[in-house]
Ligand binder design. Structure first.
Ligand code: NAD
Length: 257
């Protein structure tokens, strides 16, 4: 499967799933733009490493996905945007009556509103190029719920709904919009939830992994960042040209339960 000649812009991609997707896109021959809110030497070095590993052009563009203007600015600075992967995301675990308002606002802004801004900026470029793919990284929590994650679940359900709406708006064009719904993938985002969840449920780390995280994942295995990247590449292939406005679960059977 070749994505040569295409440019993929991946939000929140200096770590975890976004970085995994960047590698798979580059492996498939796409030029890649990786992003986060930091502007460190290692961010640019990471772009150079991916470029060298796969022999494609990779740039790091700093932009804070909690700010609408910066989301739109990322797409403008990228120049081309044939493939848009909305992946930036954060989490906070807390009962709703104690949920800090600033955390709620940040989760809704980064996990949901950023996709509105990047899609609004990217669609005209896709139309001009005569081809486009939007892949939004939602979650099993875009289709189901768990306690103590109200902001995240609201945002991810919102992303799934927004994806369907954009798919209908572009249905007569050579553009598709879909959401990938991962189950648990062992990334820094998931690692960071373990201490809070241990406290919420009064459990050890092993108990949280076994009885909270993977209890909903019938495969009893974490999904991998490479699997997320492979699924995103598939959604950009010709085989997926009629797949639009839907979700693909990569969750070890979670949503089949
Ligand atoms: P991660 O923490 O490893 O990566 C998150 C990325 O988002 C990082 O690159 C971070 O720098 C970036 N980011 C955070 N705030 C940002 C901001 N304001 N502006 C720009 N970038 C920002 O987490 P991950 O697990 O790789 O998560 C990636 C996506 O996958 C998220 O949307 C998450 O909700 C989703 N997801 C993850 C899992 C999982 O189990 N890990 C499951 C389902 C969905």
């Amino acid at each position: 499967m070749s994505l040569e000649g295409k440019t993929a812009v991946i939000t929140g991609s200096n770590s975890g799933i976004g970085l995994g997707i960047a590698h798979e896109m580059a492996k498939a021959g796409a030029s890649v733009v990786i992003n986060s809110f930091t502007d460190r030497e290692e961010d640019h070095a990471l772009a150079a490493q991916i470029a060298e590993a796969h022999g494609v052009d990779v740039r790091y563009i700093q932009a804070d996905m909690s700010k609408g203007a910066e989301c739109r600015g990322l797409i403008e600075k990228a120049g081309r945007c044939d493939i848009l992967i909305n992946n930036a995301g954060i989490q906070h675990v807390c009962p709703i009556d104690e949920f800090p308002v600033d955390k709620w606002d940040a989760i809704i802004a980064i996990n949901m509103n950023s996709a509105f801004h990047t899609m609004a900026a990217a669609l005209p470029k896709m139309r001009a190029a005569g081809w486009g793919r939007v892949v939004n990284i939602a979650s099993a929590h875009g289709l189901t719920a768990s306690p103590f994650k109200s902001a995240y679940i609201a945002a991810k359900h919102g992303v799934v709904g927004m994806t369907k709406s954009v798919a209908l708006e572009t249905a007569r064009e050579p553009i598709t919009a879909n959401a990938i719904c991962p189950g648990y993938v062992l990334t820094p985002l998931v690692e960071a939830q373990i201490p809070d969840t241990m406290k919420e449920y009064n459990m050890t780390r092993e108990e949280v992994v076994e009885n909270v995280m993977l209890t909903r994942q019938p495969s009893k295995e974490f999904a991998t960042v490479e699997q997320m990247g492979g699924t995103a590449v598939f959604l950009c292939s010709d085989a997926a040209a009629q797949i639009t406005g839907t979700t693909i679960s990569v969750d070890g059977g979670w949503t089949a339960l």
